[in-house]
Design a protein around this ligand. Sequence first.
Ligand SMILES: O=c1ccn([C@@H]2O[C@H](COP(=O)(O)O)[C@@H](O)[C@H]2O)c(=O)[nH]1
Length: 239
Amino acid sequence: MNDPFIVALDFPTLEEAKTFLQSFPNKSLFLKVGMELYYQEGPAIIHYLKEQGHRIFLDLKLHDIPNTVKRAMQGLARLGVDLVNVHAAGGTRMMEAALEGLEAGTPNGARRPYCIAVTQLTSTSEQMLHNELWIDRPLEETVLHYASLAKKSGLDGVVCSAKEVPLIRKHCGEAFLTVTPGIRFADDEKNDQVRVVTPYEARKLGASFIVVGRSITRAENSVAAYKRLQQEWKGEEKE
Ligand SMILES: O=c1ccn([C@@H]2O[C@H](COP(=O)(O)O)[C@@H](O)[C@H]2O)c(=O)[nH]1
C-alpha cells in the first residue's frame, strides 16, 4: 500500500463515479468507497472498481456487537477489498471480532484486508466532544486512547486527523497506519470538517495516507487538483 493518496469516491451512483473516473484513464487509484455509494450500489461497485485495477478502502465504519461485526467482516473480506474499518468506540472485543471475521472470510492464499479504527471523526471538535458526547478528556488524549485500544486489539492502524499523527506514532509505533481525512488545500472551504490540515502539513506530520474527497471530486478540474495534491505532498506548497 505505497501510494499515500486515497480518493473518497463520494457519489450517489455508479454512473456518477464512472464519469469522475473517466478523467483518470489508465490510472490505478486508491479509492475510498463510503456509505453513500456502497448503500446504493452494493458489492457490484466493488467488483467493478477492482476489475478496473483500483485498490479499495471500503469505509463502512462498522460499530455493533462483536458477533454482528465479525459476521459482517467475514462477508466484506470475500469482496477482496484492501482496507476496511470499524469505530474504536465499539471496544476491544468488537475490534478483535472484526479481525476474526476478516481472517475467516479471506480466501486461501490472499492477504486479509487491513483493518483500522476510527478514533474521533475529523468533523468532531473539542467543544463537541465535551458538550455533546460528554467525554471529559481532551480530544487528543481521547484519540490516543482509542488508537491504543485499536493497537491492543491487533488492528493495523487508525483513522484520525493528521494533527494527531505525531502523538499516535510516538505511542503506537511507526508501523501503525495513520489514515487521515480532513485534508484541504489552503484556499478550500472546510465544509463540515473541523480538524483540517493541508496535504503538505499532513506529510510533515507523518500521515501514512491522506483521504481527499471534495477537494478533488468537486474541483473544476479534478486531474489538476490531483496533480496539485501530489506536488504539495512532495513539499511544493502553493502560496
Ligand atoms: O473521521 C473521518 C472519517 C471518515 N471521513 C471520510 O473521509 C471523506 C472526507 O471527504 P472530504 O470531502 O475530503 O471532506 C468522507 O468520505 C468522509 O466520510 C472523514 O471525513 N472523517
